[in-house]
Ligand binder design. Structure first.
Ligand code: BEZ
Length: 253
């Protein structure tokens, strides 16, 4: 697995093809239950859609994201947002809660991220998040592996993603000093209104980027052809095989 993703993030493309990401993040926002006056960090805030909802609940929220374009989009909503990667978080007992939606699976190594989140929380503070879990987008990964394998590339080495099981992630949370309140895998088949090609363009640069430019379109078509019988429903809608890992944990010490 690559440590640092080569994915480029465009807020405009994200809004066009991935608007379902914040829309489907509402259950994790409910699990957070932000309260008026609380200080909350939104880790991997993306375009700030959920950050804005946390602020609307009356919390004092800071969004951080490694992608400058996404931070600019969050700031354009009038929110406090900063370009900081999860690996470089340097807050010290600052927040009542840390929230994260659909971002942690891009951040590695997980032990370092969890240590930084733990440090950012006040003792007793909560970490509430959802990320890709074990088996997330398994069919898409198998198709990418097959197409890259034909070209002599190992998709697993190129993958920027980390999709842990509930027991594995619980262990990591506990190892840095969290008490885990709840943690569970939630299968969530996800319709892709913009289609699979747009999804691959938005999220799979780590896999297709290493190919010669004149082969990328052909490779993407091969991935789509492999997945059509599996992920396209009878109505012609692409439905991705998303599996979430959702949890709530408290800083113990
Ligand atoms: C996810 O939210 O699970 C995800 C999104 C894009 C790429 C990989 C995983």
């Amino acid at each position: 697995m690559g440590e640092i993703s080569r994915q480029h993030w465009s807020a405009a493309r994200y809004a066009e093809t991935a608007h379902f990401v914040p829309a489907l993040g509402v259950p994790v926002l409910e699990l957070l239950a932000p309260q008026r006056g609380e200080h909350i960090l939104d880790l991997g805030c993306g375009n700030g859609e959920l950050t804005e909802k946390i602020a609307a609940a009356g919390a004092v929220v800071v969004g951080v994201d490694a992608a400058p374009d996404m931070v600019a989009a969050t700031r354009a909503r009038g929110l406090d947002a900063r370009v900081v990667a999860g690996q470089d978080l340097a807050f010290d007992q600052t927040f009542d809660a840390v929230f994260s939606n659909a971002a942690l699976h891009w951040m590695r190594p997980p032990e370092k991220i969890l240590a930084n989140v733990h440090q950012a929380l006040k003792p007793g503070g909560r970490f509430v998040a959802e990320m890709g879990g074990h088996n997330n987008i398994a069919a898409i990964i198998v198709a990418l592996s097959a197409v890259l394998g034909r070209r002599g590339l190992d998709a697993h080495r190129l993958s920027p993603w980390y999709f842990p099981s509930a027991p594995a992630y619980r262990e990591k949370l506990e190892a840095v000093g969290f008490a885990v309140d709840e943690i569970r895998i939630v299968p969530r088949p996800t319709p892709l209104a913009a289609g699979l090609e747009a999804w691959l363009d938005t999220f799979a640069e780590d896999f297709l980027g290493p190919l010669p430019p004149d082969d990328r379109v052909a490779a993407r078509h091969e991935v789509v052809a492999l997945l059509r019988p599996v992920l396209m429903d009878e109505h012609g809608t692409w439905v991705a095989d998303y599996v979430r890992l959702r949890f709530r944990a408290l800083r113990r010490r």
